[in-house]
Structures are given as structure tokens and as C-alpha cells.
Design a binder for this molecule. Structure first.
Ligand code: NAD
Length: 551
């Protein structure tokens, strides 16, 4: 019987599989479960509540076995973390096709999902957990850095120096918040109910210090703010208790957000339940736990609205906490906006999004070389330069060394082709896996997050991510995935991902040019269709064909 064990991707240039396209999928699947990368590797959970890389250990073993023997003209089919077939295709086809957590509309509830999960029929794929392109907390760090930079630009004269941000959640994604705030020169107070989450972020240098209490945190924060010194402070506690208390104390907070796992009410700690009892309580009494979690979220969101009333910049950071608070009957839950309409949509209109790559060699020097290549390619982009420099200094690699930066339409293909040339010339010691988050410009329908408040009201139209996945299959991606629920929970999103391997061959170069043009191209056409002038400008300047605008 196969069971939990430490997993680590092979490094170096020796192939375990029959080719680099398959090898990349194999290494990235294993990398997702590396204890340095995954939040709970024994349970195959990578991040985001219960986001998994494989359904169970038997399925994991079967995928590893199959990828090891998969030929260049074969495709492995994965149904919610379990390999269910191998089909003969052709060399331009993806080596793996993945569908995770998809349910028919009327059945798309947590209750039904949990029932099917308990029967062993499905798993929660999150966004990059079940599609094997999670790169640890760095993945979200860049997006979070961009978001806080946009907050600074909108409200605070372009810097967070002299401001205090109050937030919660230091898990796989939320752990990026303290470093993203200090990279923007601000002060952050970050609450988490799990002492291990705080310790881990301090170990990885994403978080600077731990305070003994909320009051202590506020004292440290105020001192640092007055000195305009960046500082991040962890506080142990329940956000649904500490936020209302901070509001009562009149805490001088400028920015409030949250990244607890609110999208999944069984992963949000209700007030009154000790953290140590959380897992057993959630498993034993899920309905009662859900009710209590939602009530606590309502108190949490009420405090966020209170801070907004007091003048703070408040936003939902993509975890559905407003939706859950509303389900608990809190009427003002949607008084503050989601981060996408507030800060990210203008970037999406340009086809910008979380482009990322991992060095299959395992050698950090390969990433340093790609960093320099990106800086050379885009000399005029100042914030990209600042990010790459700070990331080089501050980012602790987890698992295979990797890098992320937001690039737009017309940029991603240039970077990808350059990387492929670097593999071909031997400048890089092994191929790269080039992918992205599902949270991208044209790959997701998510009315509480990426597609909240679209100009034409098309928030819930889910044709776009399906077209995106099909375009990537047709363009030559190495693996393509369609997921449901990631980030915001069951019934609330449909999204797609792609990874394309730069193995230095001419064929890979051809595939990369198409995929890395067409994939962000979906973002441009999606936003043109919704009526955004910025996207129309990009389409006409860069030659993206829009049939409805022709003739
Ligand atoms: P995670 O499960 O790894 O971490 C969640 C953290 O919240 C844990 O450390 C947990 O201890 C803490 N927590 C739970 N209840 C709490 C409470 N009541 N008080 C204080 N702390 C509490 O999840 P993650 O991967 O960090 O993701 C966090 C959320 O952000 C998820 O809902 C996810 O879907 C969402 N998300 C947002 C984005 C984005 O770009 N905005 C991207 C990915 C995920």
C-alpha cells in the first residue's frame, strides 16, 4: 500500500521520463508536494485550504509511473487528481490534460463536493495545486507586491512608507502579504491563529517579528510607521476577535484586507473554538462548524467595514470573505470592493498577468541567468526591475528554484523564446517549465474576484476560461487544466491553466511562441469584448484580431 512519504523532484539533466515535456510534468507534480513547497504534504495538500496535487497516494504513484513511461505522442488524462487514461495524440498535443473539481451547476456546492470527495470521486485542485505549477509563496508575492504598489499609487503618493496595513492569514498565499508590504516600504500587522504559520514566515524571512499581543503589535507598528521604517509583525489570534478589538481601540490603520481561507468555511477558525481542536471539530461537525465560521466571518467583515467608515482603504483579497459574511446575514458585506476591479483590471486589459518559470535543473544560478535576461529584454520597465532586484535579494526559493513576474501581451512570448534559446545554447543547465497562475487576464470566470464588476456585466460568463484552455491545447502547451472553485470556492469560479516547457528544441520554440502569444491574447480579447478601451488600444496597437471590430 502506498502512503505518505517525503517527495522531492529530481534535479539535474538526467531524464527519468522519455522526454523533457513529460519529465517537466513529473518534476513539477513532485515539486508541488515537496515539504518545502506544500503546506500539508502528507495529505497531498499544496495550499489554499485543501488544494491538492493528487487525489490520493495511489493516484500519485500511478501518475508518476505513467509519466515515466509516457511517449512523445501520448497524452495522460487526469480527472481530479487521478490518472484515468492514456490516449494516443501527436507531438504538438499536451502530454497531460487535467480537469479538477468540476461539478454541474446545480450540484456545485461545498456540501455536494464534500460528499463526492468522501466517496473518493474528486479532489479540490485549487488553482496551481492540481495543475502542478505552484512555486511556493513567491508565486503570490509578485501579485501581492503589485497590488500593494497599486494601493500606494492610488491613495498614498506611490509609497506605503508611513502607513500601517492590518490583515490576517499567513498561509501559503497570505504569507506573502508582510513581505509585499515591506517591499513597498510600509508596516504590516498580520494575524494568524496557527503559531506554525507565523514561525514559518519568520523562518523564510517573509515576516520580520512576532508580537506578544495585539496591543504590543500596535505599539511596534506605530513606532515603525513614525520612523517611516518598513516592518512586518505577526500576531497570534483569531481575526474575527482581533479586528473588532483593533477597531474599538481606534487602531491607526490605513489599509485593511484579509487572506484567511475564508473561501472554505471548514478552513476558517470560528471564534470560541481553540485552534488545536479546529481540525477535529470541522471533521466531526461540519454543518455546525460552517455555521459558526460564517458568523465569525460576518463579525470580521463588519470590522473591516468599520475601518472603511473610519477612512481606511479596505479591499477583499480574493478569498470570498464578503460572500460568506453575506450568507451569515451581514447586509453591508459588499460595501468594500474586491482587489481586481480596484487595482488589477487595468493590467489585465494589457494581457498582463502572473507569468512564471521553474528551473528543472534545481540550480538557482539558472534563475539568476533568466532574471538578467528579463531585465535585458525590458529595460524600460522600472517596477519590473525593482521587483526582480528585490526578489533576487529577498525571495527564499521553495523546492525547484523559480521566478515570477507580471508580463503582458507581446512580452511573454519574447521572454519564453529567449529562455528556450538559452536552454538550446547551454546558457541554462536544463529546461524550464514556463506557466502561470490561473488568476490571469483571460483564464478565469470568478464573479467575486477576477471578473467582479465587469463593465458589460459578464462577470459569471464561464465560456472564456474554457476557450482559453482550448486555445492553449491547440497552440501546443505541455499541459493544460480546467478547474472549478479555486481561490473562491465551490460554485464561484471556473478557471484554466497552462504550462509550456522550454527544452531548447525548435519545436518547443514554435509552441512557446504560439502559446505565450495566444494565452495572454485571451485576456486582451476578453476585455475588448467587455468594452474596456485600454484593451481595445492594446489590440489595435499589437495586432490582436477582433472579428467584431473588422469589416
Ligand atoms: P491557507 O489555508 O494556506 O492559509 C490560511 C491561513 O488562515 C492559515 O494559516 C490559517 O491558520 C489562517 N486562519 C484561518 N482562520 C483564521 C481566523 N479565524 N483567524 C486568523 N487566522 C485564520 O490559505 P492560502 O493559500 O494562504 O489562501 C488564503 C486565501 O486567499 C484563500 O481563501 C485563497 O483562496 C485566497 N487566495 C487569494 C489569492 C489572491 O490573489 N488574492 C490567490 C490565491 C488564493
Amino acid at each position: 500500500m502506498s502512503g505518505p512519504r517525503p517527495v522531492r523532484a529530481p534535479r539535474g539533466t538526467e531524464l527519468t521520463a522519455l522526454g523533457w515535456q513529460q519529465e517537466a510534468a513529473l518534476r513539477m507534480l513532485q515539486n508541488n508536494l515537496d515539504p518545502e513547497v506544500a503546506e500539508h504534504p502528507d495529505q497531498l495538500v499544496v495550499y489554499g485550504g485543501t488544494g491538492k496535487a493528487a487525489r490520493d497516494w495511489r493516484s500519485f504513484d500511478a501518475m508518476v509511473r505513467t509519466l515515466t513511461t509516457l511517449k512523445q505522442d501520448e497524452t495522460m488524462l487526469v480527472q481530479s487528481g487521478r490518472p484515468v487514461g492514456v490516449m494516443q495524440t501527436h507531438e504538438w498535443a499536451p502530454r497531460v490534460l487535467i480537469a479538477n473539481s468540476n461539478l454541474v451547476g446545480d450540484w456545485a456546492t461545498w456540501e455536494e463536493f464534500r460528499r463526492l470527495e468522501a466517496l473518493g470521486l474528486t479532489m479540490y485542485g485549487q488553482m496551481t495545486a492540481g495543475s502542478w505549477i505552484y512555486i511556493g509563496t513567491q508565486g503570490i508575492l509578485q501579485g501581492t507586491y503589485e497590488t500593494f504598489a497599486a494601493v500606494a499609487a492610488k491613495r498614498f503618493g506611490g509609497t506605503l512608507a508611513g502607513t500601517i496595513t492590518l490583515t490576517a492569514g499567513l498561509g501559503g498565499m497570505g504569507g506573502a502579504q508582510p513581505l509585499a508590504v515591506t517591499m513597498n516600504d510600509g508596516v504590516a500587522i498580520c494575524i494568524d491563529c496557527d503559531p506554525r504559520a507565523i514561525e514559518r514566515r519568520i523562518e523564510h524571512r517573509y515576516l520580520d517579528v512576532r508580537a506578544d499581543s495585539l496591543e504590543h503589535a500596535l505599539t511596534l507598528a506605530t513606532e515603525a510607521r513614525d520612523a517611516r521604517r518598513p516592518l512586518s509583525i505577526g500576531v497570534l489570534g483569531n481575526a474575527a476577535e482581533l479586528l473588532p478589538r483593533a477597531l474599538e481601540l481606534g487602531a491607526p490603520v490605513d489599509i485593511v484586507t484579509d487572506q484567511t481561507s475564508a473561501h472554505d468555511p471548514l478552513a476558517y477558525l470560528p471564534v470560541g473554538i481553540p485552534f488545536e481542536e479546529m481540525a477535529a471539530y470541522a471533521a466531526g461537525k461540519p454543518a455546525d462548524f460552517t455555521l459558526r465560521a460564517r458568523e465569525s466571518m460576518a463579525r470580521h467583515v463588519e470590522a473591516m467595514v468599520g475601518f472603511q467608515d473610519a477612512g481606511a482603504e479596505v479591499f477583499d483579497y480574493g478569498n470570498s470573505i464578503r460572500g460568506e459574511a453575506k450568507l451569515a446575514g451581514y447586509a453591508r458585506a459588499f460595501d468594500f470592493p474586491g482587489f481586481v476591479p480596484a487595482y488589477i483590471r487595468p493590467l489585465f486589459c494589457e494581457g498582463r498577468g502572473p507569468f512564471r518559470w521553474a528551473a528543472l535543473s534545481g540550480d538557482p544560478a539558472d534563475i539568476a541567468r533568466t532574471d538578467r535576461a528579463v531585465l535585458d529584454l525590458f529595460p524600460e520597465n522600472e517596477s519590473l526591475h525593482r521587483w526582480i532586484r528585490l526578489a533576487g535579494e529577498r525571495v527564499h526559493f521553495q523546492g525547484l528554484p523559480a521566478r515570477i513576474c507580471w508580463l503582458g501581451y507581446g512580452e511573454r512570448d519574447r521572454a519564453g523564446e529567449r529562455f528556450n534559446d538559452m536552454v538550446a545554447s547551454g546558457e541554462l543547465t536544463a529546461p524550464l517549465a514556463i506557466g502561470r497562475d490561473h488568476l490571469d487576464c483571460g483564464s478565469v470566470a470568478s464573479p467575486y474576484r477576477e471578473t467582479e464588476a465587469m463593465r458589460d456585466g459578464s462577470d459569471a460568463i464561464a465560456d472564456w476560461p474554457l476557450l482559453n484552455a482550448m486555445v492553449n491545447v491547440a497552440s501546443g502547451a505541455s499541459w493544460v487544466s480546467i478547474h472549478h472553485g479555486g481561490g473562491v470556492g465551490m460554485g464561484r469560479s471556473i478557471h484554466a491553466g497552462q504550462v509550456t516547457v522550454a527544452d531548447g528544441t525548435k519545436l518547443a520554440g514554435e509552441k512557446i511562441r504560439r502559446v505565450l502569444t495566444n494565452d495572454p491574447g485571451m485576456g486582451v480579447v476578453r476585455h475588448v469584448d467587455a468594452g474596456y478601451e485600454a484593451a481595445e488600444g492594446v489590440a489595435s496597437a499589437l495586432g490582436v484580431r477582433i472579428p467584431m471590430a473588422e469589416g
